[in-house]
Design a protein around this ligand. Sequence first.
Ligand SMILES: Nc1ncnc2c1ncn2[C@@H]1O[C@H](COP(=O)(O)OP(=O)(O)OP(=O)(O)O)[C@@H](O)[C@H]1O
Ligand SMILES: [Mg+2]
Length: 253
Amino acid sequence: MEKLLEVKNLKVSFFTDLGETQAVKDAGFAIEKGDFFGIVGESGSGKSVTTKSILRLGTSNCKVLGGEILFKGEDILKKNAAELREIRGGEIAMIFQDSLSALNPVYTVGSKMVELIRRHTKMSKAEAKKRAVELLAAVGITDPEKSMKSYPHELSGGMRQRVMIAMAMSSNPQILIADEPTTALDVTIQAQILHLLLDLQKKNGMSIILITHDLGVVAQTCKRVAVMCGGYVVEEGAVEDIFLHPGHPYTQH
Ligand SMILES: Nc1ncnc2c1ncn2[C@@H]1O[C@H](COP(=O)(O)OP(=O)(O)OP(=O)(O)O)[C@@H](O)[C@H]1O
Ligand SMILES: [Mg+2]
């Protein structure tokens, strides 16, 4: 099968007054079209830095020192700023754990969604509004018209995460990267959000990269998984294989 995204020998460091921190030493994995791909590993193992590098979202003191990130065969690391803007929030979208700080508190959900939709399409304001309502309904928000008029703090954590997913879906991405999207939520809501991601992945045929600490979540949702440890991807494969024949201590319990 054709590889949609291939990360090869990625190396990322942070530079501070104290010197260099090698956050990612050698990370590599490949994602196919329609994959539900998990990235697991202990805290600090480099999961977020690796996935943020895919979208070049690192802070100014964060440098990619080596490797390749091939999206449809082209190296994202060689793209210019304009090309990156097209990919980021377009063909590849990302959602984070902390939906409250990711959403701008001064804009209503509707105004932010209309802006996002119009950034990637030529829709009129009215058309974009209609599309926003459809997207909110598609992520299971029961009264989308009302939510359009809400400010982020007026919504529950689960609702906000649904809004984040609707926003990410607004550009019809080929890859959705979800970094611990459910850790801040209680167990029932967590299950609903995972269910929603599975549903969207099936309906839209997009690929999802799900970053989590929770091996149970991976077993329930992912087809394939990469295990990170100390800046390295130490294992990559089908979920059944990794969980049945774990080669690395992290997956052995
Ligand atoms: N802004 C930063 N400045 C300096 N070092 C950083 C910064 N962000 C991350 N790091 C370093 O990179 C390493 C990997 O961090 P990363 O956030 O990718 O871990 P993670 O696997 O996502 O952990 P968690 O599960 O806790 O989210 C950390 O151990 C840390 O030393
Ligand atoms: Mg992280």
